[in-house]
Design a binder for this molecule. Structure first.
Ligand code: BTN
Length: 273
């Protein structure tokens, strides 16, 4: 069921395995005290031919990675915290997937995470999880082609406890602000089996059936945005493939996740003396 290193934290690995394994018999849950990055490890394993479905959880990452080549730091908890509590939850789900169309997978993953955690959480396209105007969780999806198969590695990092925002433009949000007393194992228990179900549902049905649910969680809808390639306009949700729709002076534009990062345009009043 699990491969566990020495850990004193009470992970609910067995309950997760019991929820998932009836529909995915070779599934395993593995908890490691430390690794460079759960995504890096599952990509290494896939390239070495290990393609079994696995949930790999790390209590600490020494080289966590984010989207667009950024690093992902789990942070140090600030304030008075229960001894040994993890400041963040970091894990990756690895499994072979064969959807007809991969577009929208990252949105489906983000949607599953927010729906598993709290009604007040929103998605900042394509898949950042935000609480009001602060980021609470990030998702990094990578794939490896092995022969005919494609192995997807879906990495999720969730801030559990308040932490300092050193080097970041805004202080990150933490799940304990919404769910006082929650810890990393409880957050994993909420998210993990739903995520496996959502990803496997995406494999057969794609993103289109999730569009309305995404709009209900869309942080950007109706906001003026500027993309990294200079295109700007008003966000109008996403299309059936998960592309961001921008209402620009030149008409409605579709932005795909490969092309841009999106930032709200500063409100003009913010620049006035
Ligand atoms: C982002 O917001 O840029 C994505 C962050 C993804 C972080 C998670 S933590 C678990 C997994 N392992 C990694 O190295 N990254 C992802």
């Amino acid at each position: 069921m699990t491969g566990m290193g020495a850990t004193t934290i009470q992970w609910q690995a067995e309950a997760i395995w019991e929820a998932v394994s009836p529909s995915l018999p070779t599934f395993s849950v593995e908890i490691l005290p430390e690794i460079d990055s759960t995504n890096t490890e599952l990509m290494r394993r896939a390239r070495a031919g290990q393609l079994e479905p696995v949930l790999l959880v790390a209590e600490r990452q020494s080289a966590g990675r984010g989207r667009l080549g950024r690093t992902w730091a789990s942070g140090e908890a600030t304030g008075t915290q229960p001894g040994g509590a993890l400041p963040s939850l970091t894990f990756s789900l690895g499994l072979t997937l064969a959807p007809v169309d991969w577009s929208g997978l990252s949105l489906a993953v983000g949607l599953s995470v927010v729906e598993s955690l709290h009604p007040d959480l929103k998605l900042k396209w394509p898949n950042d999880v935000w609480l009001q105007d602060r980021k609470l969780a990030g998702i990094l999806i990578e794939t490896a082609s092995v022969g005919e198969l494609r192995y997807a590695v879906i990495g999720v990092g969730i801030n559990i406890l308040p932490r300092d925002g050193q080097g970041l433009s805004t202080v990150p949000a933490a799940l304990c602000e919404l769910l006082p007393g929650i810890d990393a194992p409880a957050a994993l228990a909420r998210v993990a089996s739903n995520l496996v179900r959502a990803v496997r549902q995406f494999e057969t049905q794609g993103f289109a059936p999730l569009r309305a649910d995404f709009h209900a969680r869309d942080l950007l809808y109706g906001r003026e945005l500027v993309c990294s390639d200079g295109v700007s306009g008003m966000a109008r949700g996403v299309d059936a493939a998960g592309a961001l729709l921008l209402h620009t002076p030149g008409g409605l534009k579709k932005i795909t996740s490969a092309e841009v990062s999106v930032r709200p345009v500063p409100h003009p009043a913010a620049n006035q003396p």
